[in-house]
Design a protein around this ligand. Sequence first.
Ligand SMILES: [Zn+2]
Length: 167
Amino acid sequence: MSNSPFNDAQSVYQLPEALSKPYTIPQPEYISEMPEINMLAFSSDVARQIGERENWTCEVTGKRFQDSFLLHIAHDHDAVQRGDPNYQNPEYGRCITIDTHLQEHIDRFHAGLEDDTAMLRLARLAYKNGLRTNRYYFFHKKALEEDRETIRKLLYSNDLNPFNILF
Ligand SMILES: [Zn+2]
């Protein structure tokens, strides 16, 4: 398990200060230093607005950041394209879990609406970092592998070979 960020050697490290406090709703000054909230294509100000508007809750699954689920502030890809003057308009932003986001890009890829760039990037990011916060994985040692299994199953169920997609 040398790929795990929480292998035996590392688990003796002191818990970083950021992990020692329970997460609730991310505070504005805190968001930019939280790599687990991946803002992707919105500016961090706009992404924060959207996250607050949605109470940091996935609009599809109802999963909350407060419960350790990572969330992406993602565009409504059907409504707005990169380069559109409305691209930074928070109206076109949504708060969704990473696996929801990945599923959307797989669907768009299969429908011929986009190439495999976003799908591959999201799948690899999700597999590397997981679907929940580092803090959660620190305290739940098996959860990262469980979440990776979720991603592999998601790929399989979409007729994609995880081995080809992830490695
Ligand atoms: Zn997207």
